[in-house]
Ligand binder design. Sequence first.
Ligand code: URA
Length: 207
Amino acid sequence: MASDRAIRIQEIAEEIRNCTLCELCRGAANPVPGAGNPDAEVMFIGEAPGMNEDKQGLPFVGNSGQFLNEMLESIGWTRDDVFVTNVVKCRPPGNRDPLPDEIMACGSHLESQIAALDPVMIVTLGRFSMAKWFQNERISRIHGEPREVGRRVIVPMYHPAAALHQPSLRETVKADMQKLPMILDAFKQKARADLETQQDNSQMKLF
Ligand code: URA
């Protein structure tokens, strides 16, 4: 039976397929809501669909997706262990960068997906998704560094396409990927310890 999260993620996907909040929907063959496990603890957020994603309506199915799959495999994860989406759900013409008003318009969909999935860890792929949390940062400075934001840990990474275009980045991206399982475990452990402390403190107030 589908979980409540799975049902909500499907509802949001339907809203995205019917969305007309910006002009990108006019040129898109298929909006790309996102894919993967709706009960995942980890969400990856890329930039925008490219040509292959637009054809299939699925995220990261081209060369970047192939590299993402290889990297996931290197840490024992598959696409079924995570949820993958983008900042912008429709392909920008000619693969240009998404514009600020397109990112803003699509932001409500991403917010809904984050709220529904409620991931423990968000991995941003590239500068556009990084900028949602860290506007004035440079990816070259903070890639691979986990940052606690509210109840979640955010890990900025280079976009897989950057590593494909600049071979010198490949090892950096792979090394950042290797850290993810440890970051996730450490963050979950800390969250459990924080919860126990809170519970102890509230019990002490009773006496
Ligand atoms: N690049 C992205 O940022 N997202 C995709 O889905 C594919 C390529």
